[in-house]
Design a protein around this ligand. Sequence first.
Ligand SMILES: Cc1cc2nc3c(=O)[nH]c(=O)nc-3n(C[C@H](O)[C@H](O)[C@H](O)COP(=O)(O)O)c2cc1C
Length: 209
Amino acid sequence: MKLLQIHSSVAGAQSLSRRLTDSITNAIADAMPGLEIVSRNLAADELPHLPGERPPVVRAGKTEDLTPVQTEEYALAEAVLAEFLAADIIVIGAPMYNFAVSSQLKAWIDRLARAGRTFRYGPNGPEGLAGGRKVIIASSRGGVYSTSAAGQAADHQESWLKLVFGFIGITDVSIVRVEGVGMGPDALAAAFTAAEAEISALAPAAVAA
Ligand SMILES: Cc1cc2nc3c(=O)[nH]c(=O)nc-3n(C[C@H](O)[C@H](O)[C@H](O)COP(=O)(O)O)c2cc1C
C-alpha cells in the first residue's frame, strides 16, 4: 500500500493543516505496517501556474508535435499524475485561503484533472477514471463554516475538493478539519482535540478499506 501526503500551506512548520496531515499519516502508518509514504510539499517545491501555451490533450503518447513549452508542461503533468495514480491513499493538507484552497494546491489539481487521463466525456456526460483510491482532506480554517447554512455556502475549499475528486471518480473522500483556529487558543485546542478523536476512528477504517 502506498500513501501520498500533500502539504499546501505557506506557513511552513507553523502550518496547522500540515500538523493535521502529519497526524493522519502517522495514525495510518501505525495501523498499517509496511505502508510506503511519499510526501510532496507544494509550498517548498512549487508547481508553476499552467503556461499560456497549454499542451493539447495528448493521446497515446503522441508528443512529437508539441512546442518546447508544451513538452515541458506535459512531462511535469505526467510526473505529478503518475505519483498521484500510484497511491492508494492520498492525504491532502488544505488550508482555507480566501474561502478556497491555496494557489499551490490549485496548481497541483490542475495537473490531475485531465481529459482522457482522469476523466472523459461520454454520451452520458463526464465519467471519472481515477476511482478506487481513498482521499483524506486535512482542512484548516480560521473561522467556522461547517455549522451554519451561511458558512457552508461560503466554503469553496472542502466543497470544491469533494467536487473535483468526485469528478475524476474518487467518491471515498473523508474530511478531518480544524476550524475556528483564528478564534483564540481555547478554540484552537478544542479543534485539535476533536480532530484527533476523528483520526483515531479514521485510521483503522482506512486500513480496513
Ligand atoms: C492568505 C490567507 C487567507 C486566509 N483566508 C481565510 C478565509 O477566507 N477564511 C478563514 O476562515 N480563514 C482564512 N485564513 C486563515 C487560515 O485558514 C488559517 O490560518 C489556517 O490555519 C491556515 O492553514 P495553515 O496553518 O495550514 O496555513 C487565511 C489565512 C491566510 C494566510
